[in-house]
Design a protein around this ligand. Structure first.
Ligand code: ZN
Length: 329
């Protein structure tokens, strides 16, 4: 299926290749330096983001038993607005919820969707988005290493804190999460919620993890959807680093210090504060690369998208809604 395939190919965190829908100027290349595998984003409650490399996890493909379990999982609509062929489909999978906790999963999934759909540009499209919840049943309640290291629980997606030794990094088995998500009628984006109130989450190439019971953690998913849906680059950086590549393909970073990539926006005020310009630092590098605004959602998860991010996200969401219904949306 095209849409599932698009998720598998959206290596947002590792290579952050721009989607075809993004307004990339002619002549731009996808000349992004290769990044080591095993990178994960770590989010702080104050909104700041850092990137760490964790030891490469060996994630076996789901076993036959896993696939049978995924196929048996109940899929329920949080909201069903129309055929997946003409809708944007967001899939939420849960981990660490037992059979008797399906109502808690439903409640926490709904809360995350409420938070996502209250932000721009999701808000304006919410009536044309399907949200599917996959009722993944775990043997035990909770996730690993919660509240402290050494606590192990038998859960369907192997979710746990202290991933790579980092307390708030909430990892899971990506292949298993995707197997469950594939049971939904459509999957343009995936968010995995864990049964925990402890702050945390993580960004994967194809999905985001968030603490289901933590009100601040939903912002993590909103940032990650910027990568997986919009093909946006990060706008934060590691101090002291210089960008080594050519013009990046992502729409919100450039090596051109004049910001001509987003020339029609230059000087306009932006929802994250200030005006659109060319601010040095982005895509993990401090020097030699520029971002459109001082402090957008792709740099601080407590901020909104800047005008460039908004435009790109709007286009990406709309294109899924319009595909089978030209002129709609
Ligand atoms: Zn990011």
């Amino acid at each position: 299926m095209r849409r599932r395939g698009s998720i598998l190919l959206t290596a947002a965190i590792l290579c952050a290749a721009g989607l075809a829908a993004a307004p990339v100027p002619a002549g731009a290349s996808d000349d992004v330096p290769p990044q080591p595998t095993g990178w994960r984003e770590v989010f702080s409650p104050d909104g700041t983001i850092t990137r760490v490399q964790i030891p490469q996890q060996v994630e076996a493909a789901p076993s036959r038993a896993d696939i049978r379990a995924a196929a048996a999982a109940e899929v329920i609509p949080i909201q069903d607005t129309g055929s997946p062929d003409s809708r944007f489909d967001l899939v939420i999978v849960g981990d660490g919820y037992t059979a008797s906790e399906m109502s808690l999963l439903r409640q926490q999934a709904q809360a995350k969707w409420n938070e996502i759909s209250a932000t721009a540009p999701w808000e304006k499209h919410r009536q044309n988005i399907n949200v599917w919840l996959v009722n993944v049943v775990s043997h035990q309640s909770g996730v690993d290493n919660d509240p402290t290291q050494g606590v192990n629980r038998d859960t369907a997606l192997d979710m746990g804190f202290f991933c790579g030794g980092i307390e708030r990094l909430l990892c899971l088995s990506e292949p298993k999460a995707k197997a469950y998500a594939a049971e939904a009628p459509g999957a343009d984006a995936i968010v995995a919620v864990g049964n925990t109130t402890k702050y945390g989450g993580a960004g994967y190439p194809s999905l985001a993890t968030v603490a289901g019971g933590n009100a601040q953690a939903g912002r993590i998913a909103i940032h990650e959807l910027g990568h997986s849906v919009g093909g946006l680059a990060d706008e934060y950086y590691t101090p002291g680093t210089t960008y080594p590549g050519g013009e990046p393909g992502q729409p919100n970073v450039t090596t051109d210090r004049t910001g001509s990539k987003w020339s029609s926006y230059l000087g306009r005020s932006t929802p994250d504060g200030g005006v659109i310009g060319a601010y040095q630092g982005g895509s993990q590098y401090e020097y030699g690369i520029y971002r459109p605004s001082q402090d957008s959602l792709m740099r601080n998860i407590n901020k909104p998208f800047n005008l460039i991010g908004l435009s790109v996200m709007d286009h990406a969401i709309s294109s899924e809604i319009r595909r089978a219904a030209p002129g709609r949306g």
